[in-house]
Design a protein around this ligand. Structure first.
Ligand SMILES: [Zn+2]
Length: 460
């Protein structure tokens, strides 16, 4: 079905309009409703970090996990559709807390917005959402997008009209001094305006607030944004590119910093002191490190393994001309040496600094959060999640069980969703995947889930 549609799109390339019209008919988000389902016989990693359970049985009824046990403790009752998970590892659906459904990995954001903004809502965001779900990612947080399109896509996924992960969205990032015509940022002017814009975003349905370029904002504007968000039960994410925006963010009480950048070799003593203070007095400080994205840890690999980009699976659901455009641009960028635009450091220096700074904040007690920056250049939407997990194990030296917990229950806690999601437990939403092999030994088996179930519905 997918390949037939993909081929059809390839053949009918007379115009972007025609291709876009076809892409507007995605697979239904409503696969036929399952009978109660029993996943039987797999090794269960439940997301809590606890010991894996052999010969597991997971009973799913409606959108929830009904009961979890083993083939000995929980015989499958009559009337269940039994799906064998023999040879597979059963896990909670994965979470990715830094994605951009509006991008597709193209390195030139200016070109991307100029060329494709009108296709975000109907073509590109639905394709990204579908790719992520097929990659086993059942919940994402989209951090920066034009407001109306991302809220509309969230609604269409929630209603089952199109397939995709459960979506938490920020809408446009709040900032100052950005291009006033940009669709993915809103400029604020003064504390009252900062409060009003934050309120407007929340009223429109956003789940988180995102701030970028905090060094451009006054302390009053920062405080106003954070106070309004917290008063309405929303948390605030902010870029951590420059040291001054990190200082501003810590003083204003930002919840979750985004990215680790390499302009300086490590965080300086005054920022370390502010972080220590925050860890001591709370509330929790999160940091979504996005180790692979934006020409960091994945760039050297992409530069030396260009065949990776030719995999048609990377761009499923995108009209062929758009997929070709992205592929060509990434190839040109990686061949030009990869790395970040304007970076004066070598790839080795960039990678060493990323690793050092992540170690520095972890040592201070900051909880690092799993997110990829999917869609930023070098973060191919269909593959970024497993690649980031692989970097955490191989480059950051974390054990695979902790990485899986970071991708599931820990992520759900950051989002305040752990009562209903994030682990495989009686009564939680049935967001369940199964992969061939043992991710505790080879984390990259996460790349091709055999089974993807979201809210009790089987998508793969
Ligand atoms: Zn981002």
């Amino acid at each position: 079905m997918r390949s037939v549609r993909a081929l059809y799109v390839v053949v009918v390339t007379v115009s972007l309009t025609v291709a876009a019209a076809i892409a507007q008919q995605p697979r239904s988000g409503r696969p036929s409703r399952n009978r109660p389902l029993a996943l039987v016989g797999g090794l269960l990693i439940d997301g809590t970090g606890g010991a894996p359970i052999r010969n597991s049985v997971v009973l799913i009824r409606g959108d929830r996990i009904e009961k979890v046990g083993t083939t000995v403790s929980l015989p499958v009752p009559g009337g269940y559709e039994t799906v064998s998970a023999e040879g597979l590892t059963v896990l909670p659906g994965l979470w990715d807390l830094h994605v951009h459904l509006m991008y597709a990995g193209h390195p030139d954001a200016r070109y991307w917005f100029a060329t494709y903004t009108s296709q975000f809502e109907r073509v590109i965001m639905p394709a990204s959402a579908d790719q992520m779900l097929m990659a086993g990612v059942t919940t994402v947080r989209d951090l920066a997008a034009p407001l109306q399109p991302i809220v509309a896509v969230k609604k269409r996924i929630t209603s089952g009209e199109i397939p995709g992960p459960t979506l938490y969205v920020a809408g446009p990032a709040l900032t100052k001094g950005a291009n006033p015509n940009a669709v993915q940022t809103w400029n604020v002017s003064g504390a009252a305006d900062a409060t009003a814009k934050t309120r407007q975003l929340i009223d429109a349905g956003v789940d988180w607030i995102k701030i970028i370029n905090a060094e451009q904002l006054t302390p009053d504007e920062m405080q106003a944004i954070v106070a309004e968000a917290h008063a309405r039960g929303r948390k605030v994410a902010a870029h951590a590119f420059s040291e001054s925006e990190i200082r501003r963010g810590l003083i204003a009480g930002v919840d979750d910093f985004q990215h680790v950048r390499t302009q300086t070799p490590e965080y300086p003593p005054d920022i370390v002191a502010l972080i220590r203070d925050r860890i001591r007095n709370g509330p929790p400080l999160y940091w979504t490190v996005t180790a692979g994205g934006n020409g960091q840890l994945n760039a050297a690999y992409l530069a030396s393994n260009p065949e990776f980009l030719d995999d048609p699976a990377n761009f499923l659901g995108l009209p062929q001309p758009i997929a070709d455009d992205v592929r060509r641009a990434i190839a040109a960028r990686t061949q030009a040496g990869g790395g970040r635009r304007g970076a004066v450091q070598s790839q080795e220096e960039i990678n060493a600094i990323v690793k050092h700074k992540i170690a520095q904040i972890r040592d201070l007690g900051v909880q690092i959060v799993f997110g990829t920056d999917v869609g930023s250049w070098g973060e191919v939407t269909a593959q970024a999640t497993w690649m980031e997990a692989d970097l955490w194990v191989r480059e950051l030296g974390m054990n695979p069980m902790s990485v899986i917990r970071a991708m599931t229950l820990d992520a759900a806690r950051v989002m305040g969703g752990d009562r209903d999601s994030g682990s495989i437990a009686d009564g939680k939403f049935a967001d369940v995947i199964a992969v061939r092999g043992d991710p505790l030994r080879h984390i990259d088996v996460l790349r091709e889930p055999r089974i993807v179930i979201k809210h009790g519905r089987r998508f793969k």
